[in-house]
Design a binder for this molecule. Sequence first.
Ligand code: ZN
Ligand code: ZN
Length: 265
Amino acid sequence: MQIHFLGTTGYHPNAQRHTMCVMIPTLGIVFDAGTGFFRVRDHLQTPELNILLSHAHLDHVIGLSFLFDVLYQKNTTAHLYAAADKLTGLAEHLFHPTLFPLRPPYQEHALSSLAPANRAGDSPELTPAAGGELTLACGTQVRWFPLEHPGGAVGFRLRLPDGQTIAYVTDTTASSTASYRAEIQDVDLLIHECYFDDGAEDHARLTGHSCLSPVLELVRDCRPKRTALVHLNPLSEWAPQPDKVQRLAAGLSVCIPADGEILTL
Ligand SMILES: [Zn+2]
Ligand SMILES: [Zn+2]
């Protein structure tokens, strides 16, 4: 199974990296639609394109506005999976007529699960807070779980039709007590954000992002077979440096994919 890293930075693109977009072409699955999303067109090979959105910050959704070109003369239907409030936010804001002339051609699917009513008599509320599961037409099981991040985000754990597992975790602050530890335990591939080098812990807490050492600590504890660090800071002064990553990650299988790089599971 090939995993294509089409965008690997956060916040804004730079000369080397576009913002977040990771694709599994043979299954028609894409994590996030940052500026790297325009590259999806070159890899489309399925009748369905399933876009799994972690959240609706601009560096993860601006590429949805490229969808007309991405799908042009392709026989592909786009499905967008996101928390209900993010779908509403996109429709009302990103695709407000003052910002964009048309609604892009995607079908909405809310990542919602029935939460218990607060009081007797209350109707159950649809909320992504508890996490949930669904199965895509390609046979991939998708589980989502909440992440701590300003405005809220979700992580994903996929079980592919061949039984391999992939976890996608961005944007959030890694720590030894992270709520999603069980979700990344022993996965075949963990794709985890690493926006800051060490020393930026205050910025990480404030912005809901991760520093290098807490991410590597999680990797040691949860033992994914391989880990790809993504959502790097676009300013190199703030990003973890590859030689330092390799030094601190000694004994672990950790890489920092470049845009265009392919990992084969
Ligand atoms: Zn981001
Ligand atoms: Zn964000």
